[in-house]
Design a protein around this ligand. Structure first.
Ligand code: HEC
Length: 189
């Protein structure tokens, strides 16, 4: 009888611990999702402004010079590392690490299985540089706006500017709805 009580108590404790672990992941996922949305909104706003002011060639400058600045600024504001990454890169500095690469491949599988690309995300604790940290990624689907610089047919003057800045550019040929990449958020311990 006593053993049964002890076992039941242990099971209840384990269930409570796992529920609070789930709450913790849900809470951190929510914060990371908000940070990714804020970064994405700011970036798109700047991009739209630059395209309106001087077309796609002009806007390349925004993505080239300003995107990393906005990422740094948002990272400081949210106290998380906020970046973008992709399996097909334009900027080498955005290369995924092993965990990010695995998630990007999984995102492609989830999209192929019929999931809405705009809703694909993941959040979990993972090792990063030897530390256990919370990590989150959110898929970035390709929209109409993106095609001028990431699409299958890019205007010659845009292509020339991209080639000059990114001789190894692999981030073209995307169609609307394709996964262009992902936001990737790492909580700074
Ligand atoms: C005016 C041209 C232009 C447009 C339009 C544009 N991008 Fe980009 N994109 C770039 C450039 C340039 C970079 C490289 C930025 C850097 O050097 O950090 C880039 C980088 C990226 C990256 C980071 C991964 C990588 O390959 O380096 C993602 C993700 C991305 N773009 C998604 C998008 C999405 C989604 C849209 C549409 C909403 C979009 N881009 C529209 C020019 C553009």
């Amino acid at each position: 009888m006593r053993l049964m009580i002890v076992c039941t108590a242990a099971a209840m404790l384990a269930a409570a611990a796992s529920a609070s672990a789930q709450d913790d992941v849900a809470q951190r996922t929510e914060a990371a999702r908000a940070a990714a949305a804020d970064f994405g909104k700011t970036l798109i706003g700047q991009l739209q402004q630059a395209i309106a002011a001087g077309g796609a060639v002009n806007a390349i400058g925004v993505c080239h010079a300003i995107a990393p600045d906005i990422a740094a600024q948002k990272s400081a504001e949210w106290k998380m590392s906020i970046r973008r990454t992709s399996l097909k890169l334009r900027q080498r500095a955005n290369a995924p690490d092993a965990w990010e690469r695995r998630q990007l491949l999984r995102f492609e599988e989830r999209k192929a299985a019929g999931e809405n690309p705009a809703a694909i995300e993941t959040g979990e604790y993972a090792e990063k540089d030897g530390k256990r940290v919370f990590r989150y990624m959110k898929a970035i689907p390709t929209g109409q706006l993106c095609l001028a610089c990431h699409g299958p047919s890019i205007a010659p003057e845009v292509a020339a500017r991209l080639k000059a800045l990114y001789p190894q550019d692999a981030a073209t040929g995307f169609k609307v709805g394709d996964l262009r990449g992902a936001f990737t958020i790492t909580e700074t311990p």
